[in-house]
Design a protein around this ligand. Sequence first.
Ligand code: DAH
Length: 337
Amino acid sequence: MPSHDIDAVRQQLLKRVEASETPRDVLRAPEFKDLYSAIGTLSPEEKGPYGKAVNELKQAVEAAVEARTMQLESGDVIALDVTAPWDVNSSRPAFLPTNEGSQHPLTKEMDTVVNIFTRMGFDAVESRQIDDDFHMFGSLNFPENHPARDGYDTFRTEEGFIPPAHTSTMQNRILQEGKAKLEAGGQIAAISYGRVFRNEDVDATHEHTFHQVEGVFVSKDATLGDMLGTLRSFFEVYYGQSLRIKTQPAYFPFVEPGLEFQIEKPAALNGKPGEWLEMLGCGMIHPNVLTAAGIDPTVYRGFAWGGGIERLVMLKYGIEDLRHFESAKLNFMRKFA
Ligand code: DAH
């Protein structure tokens, strides 16, 4: 085989190594066999230089295989990076192009909710996603072993931590932090919003993970009427129309009286007159809850409310199944882009 042919084979093999995911296979390429069997056809003078050239070719290919193998193996290190938020081994695109992405409907609506309350003068703080018994129950006037605790279907870690089952876990923190403001003659007005978790069987109206918003207001003279006005204003701004509201008694250990707050389903959202929807729980903050935060209940009074975000959003957009939110279905998301 003339030497320029050896060169051509060498180039081909090196290229193949470069492109291969399994470079060692190239060492078994049929071209090697052809090169070796050609030796028999050569004259004794030709054999020496030819053999030398073939050897050099083989060494060059082996070196290239080594280099390529190392390159692939260092690539493997990245592939095993468990902190990477997508599968780096996948050849499918990891993300939608930015121009096709959109905010998740819950993120968008949560922003709207926070926006309305902050414009009404409330501070906003995100709730925690891991908490403890004191914030979940104790500080909220749930006595030890009280059956009301069972109503919250709480998850617990083996260490006794609690992924919060309601955003009321933030009440004690809000109250403690606001105490100085109260004592300086001001008032506490804050909301807390975020993800909550319950050990529930999932169906169209129940999820193990959902979102709530909690509100707390404390001053020297807060009244139930102030609370109803505040909530009505919120719902009217959120749904962009005037609404009829009503309440009915409900039991929550952390408020007295405790109420369920209802709105009449707006005609614009396919409601019929007299069709009432329960939107949240609320009431006047129980003296024990104020005391647990070091606030004197004989001087200060307040109201609090809490409810689910998904319910608000489902009513606004006529979404019939709660499970859509966590489904990551693009068809669903795109309706809100
Ligand atoms: N935390 C209650 C729940 O998840 C809702 C609630 C009721 C919050 C009454 C409040 C309240 O602040 O006053 O069921």
